[in-house]
Design a protein around this ligand. Sequence first.
Ligand code: ACO
Length: 425
Amino acid sequence: MADKKARLTVDGLEEVIELPVYSGTEGPDVIDVRPLTSSGLFTYDPGFVSTAACESKITYIDGANGILLHGGYPIEQLAEHSDYLEVCYLLLNGELPTPEQKETFINTIKNHTMVHEQMRNFFNGFRRDAHPMAIMVGVVGALSAFYHDSLDINDAHHREVCAYRLIAKMPTIAAMCYKYSIGQPFMYPKNGLDYAENFLQMMFGNPCEEYVANPIIAKAMDRIFLLHADHEQNASTSTVRLAGSSGANPFACISSGIAALWGPAHGGANEAVLTMLEEIGDESNIDEFILRAKDPDDNFRLMGFGHRVYRNFDPRAKVMKQTCDEVLAELNISDPLLKIAKRLEQIALEDEYFVKRKLYPNVDFYSGIILKAIGIPTNMFTVIFALSRTIGWISHWSEFHSSPNKIGRPRQLYTGSKKRDYPTK
Ligand code: ACO
């Protein structure tokens, strides 16, 4: 598979080290650095900015040109013509389903929407004011204590059933986290509804009256799920792959992904956007915050702006902006925070600092605004991201286990003390 070679000379080493170079179907070539260890060398790449940690067929991103493909299909086309569950099928199987396969898949997911009745007891152990991500990390990890019949990572059928369970149960668990925090009864899933409608029903319905989802809101919710479904080897997906590499059970691995997603530099950004808007408080304070964001001596950053990979534009943000405009028009809400958001967006798109550094609003900027407009509390934003990304995590986890693999074990550049003796007086 190596069609080219790289040659490396190192001061002090006589030999020229030959390294195979591989070409993928898209994207830059990669240099296989594994032969370096036999020369006593490691590579050094903090933050993995130029390291391909695996081979994958699931998703491709071209950050410079704002391209995101799942199974080769551009995200804009999937957002327009497909839906979340179909994209789940695509990520898991590498191909779009036929109409019959899609129907079977949807029915299978519907079969798994309930969680074990005993899991309800788990929630009572948490404080009502616990962050829903804290609950979710715990409850998803605990699924492994209930679903023993899908834990054999070497059995393809087990892996498949586990994926179905996770796709189906995440909305139920996410809504339970919310209902618990506001002291309302948990709502059972309704399998006659589609995936997004069912989630909205479990979030906003109550046993006393019938809940009917607004179709524009349900469509926006499905889009939020779809646009967050996968993003190749990001921090949380890499965490899931690494946890999976030790042979840990899939529910524990997904729980580790949820934990990694929680941080504000990753999935926590949509919540951080709203926290920032609240901190800004009024349109008259925007200039001061923009100055702070530009000040190299101030750690403050405009949340929801910039992306490690997309250095031009985030194709998901383009679609999300359109959905955001539709939702705001439909709901006709006048919220001062949304006004601040719109003004920030405008400034950042025009201000030289942001334009020069290519810091565009990212998908979380718009998804945060939409979720706020729908009435979803801020601390649930990252939970919704976790729900959406579960399919990406489990697809990568499955791909990892579908071929020969190794435990992940990075090396380091050690700069601590040299070997020394313990002082014995
Ligand atoms: N506000 C102000 N300045 C910024 C911002 C921002 N949001 N993001 C980057 N910059 C500046 C940096 O200070 C740096 O300036 P300099 O060249 O003068 O030193 C320059 O832009 C390049 O930034 P880096 O730190 O090199 O970008 P990096 O790739 O390390 O970080 C990240 C990307 C973490 C997303 C960053 O842009 C950020 O913190 N954004 C806000 C948090 C956020 O929205 N995260 C969500 C990411 S999307 C997702 O996870 C789905």
